[in-house]
Design a protein around this ligand. Structure first.
Ligand code: KG4
Ligand code: ZN
Length: 339
């Protein structure tokens, strides 16, 4: 079975083909970083217009590489959560293609796709495990009991971790994608120069709040000189504060559940110090292991959508008038995956 995956939840357009037996065959992405920098951020109307151009461009690109539409058995697309105008482009495109080819179509949840992205290449992860889902709009700790069975243990009360990285990056005059640029700058930062708070670590719950930290860093940026070294020192202290906070809460969740497997997923999981520090923590404190996807499966991509489509193929429908778009769609509303 070959699955065509389509991703258009935010500003990245992705198309991928996943083969049930051979694994991932193709994974194409078109990002909108230049457009975002020109406009000072993502503008939903412009993002959706760009998806409309990029999606056909990417489809033609893969057709040129001798991947034929007649060989596709199923189409999976991101139905949510995300920006409604962006989601609509992918959903309409997927359903129209399904209609034309007379093949089933399955709408999938973007955050579940992130959560399961490490499985694309590593099938040996066992259940249960704790998942730290960290992306542009989400900061969640999830108890994963089995495929499709998720327990929300902690959530963000305000700005998500990726969003906070992006906002601070912008104040430091960095380009998109903000998070990875900030992390690069932090490499030359002095870790002892600034110290920012680790929000909510003394609360007994597993929730996060990064807006106070963001304000504190914003005020510091305004006060300080604009030299590259000062910016790097701020970037380093901000990154350290975020990672410490994420890992303190994650550790608490692992202890409460008495589990020793951790999955980190979502765009922020490509952060190198987060990966290294979590590896150290899992080994030292839990004699356990952390799993994450390779870098291009961490940020938005269609490989994870095609892979999840493969897992959820039984939910596919040929009822082609069902264009499903759910801008708000929590992972805990999902059904168990029956395979
Ligand atoms: O999962 P994703 O691609 O999109 C959403 O579903 O939101 O995540 C994007 C987020 C952005 O906020 C970006 O700044 C952040 O992931 N990000 C990073 C890094 N790479 C991407 N944050 C910190 N360090 C990175 N290396
Ligand atoms: Zn995402």
């Amino acid at each position: 079975m070959k699955i065509l995956g389509i991703e258009t939840s935010c500003d990245d357009t992705g198309i991928a083909i996943y083969d049930y037996k051979k694994g991932l065959l193709i994974n194409e992405i078109y990002n909108q970083n230049i457009l975002n920098d020109k406009n000072g951020g993502i503008i939903p109307e412009l993002a959706s217009r760009q998806h409309m151009e990029s999606i056909t461009f990417l489809l033609h690109k893969i057709l040129k590489r001798k991947h034929f539409m007649k060989d596709i058995d199923l189409i999976a697309y991101t139905a949510g959560p995300g920006l409604v105008s962006s989601l609509l482009v992918g959903a309409t495109f997927a359903c129209s293609l399904g209609f034309a080819l007379n093949i089933p179509v399955v709408p999938v949840n973007h955050m579940e796709a992130h959560l399961l992205s490490p499985f694309i290449e590593c099938k040996s992860i066992e259940f249960p495990f704790i998942a730290l889902l960290v992306s542009g709009k989400h900061t969640q700790i999830i108890g994963v009991h089995e495929l499709g069975c998720y327990e929300l243990l902690g959530n963000c009360l305000d700005d998500a971790v990726g969003e906070s990285f992006d906002k601070i990056a912008k104040l430091l005059d960095l380009k998109s994608p903000g998070g990875s640029e900030l992390s690069k700058l932090a490499l030359i930062g002095n870790k002892n120069y600034f110290h920012f708070p680790r929000p909510m670590i003394h609360h007994s719950n597993l929730n996060f709040s990064f807006s106070g930290l963001k304000t504190c860093v914003t005020n510091m940026i305004k006060k300080c000189d604009k030299s590259l070294q000062t910016k790097a020192n701020i970037a380093r202290a901000f990154e350290d504060a975020v990672i410490d906070t994420l890992l303190i809460k994650t550790k608490q969740a692992l202890k409460e559940k008495k589990w020793n497997r951790l999955v980190i997923a979502g765009g922020v999981s490509s952060n190198y110090p987060l990966r290294k520090k979590s590896e150290k923590m899992m080994k030292k404190d839990f004699n356990g292991k952390v799993f994450y996807a390779r870098l291009n499966f961490c940020t938005d991509n269609a490989a994870m959508i095609a892979y999840l489509g493969c897992l959820r193929y039984k939910e596919a429908s040929k009822c082609l008038l069902d264009i499903v778009v759910k801008p708000k769609w929590s992972i805990i509303e999902l059904d168990r995956i029956n395979r």
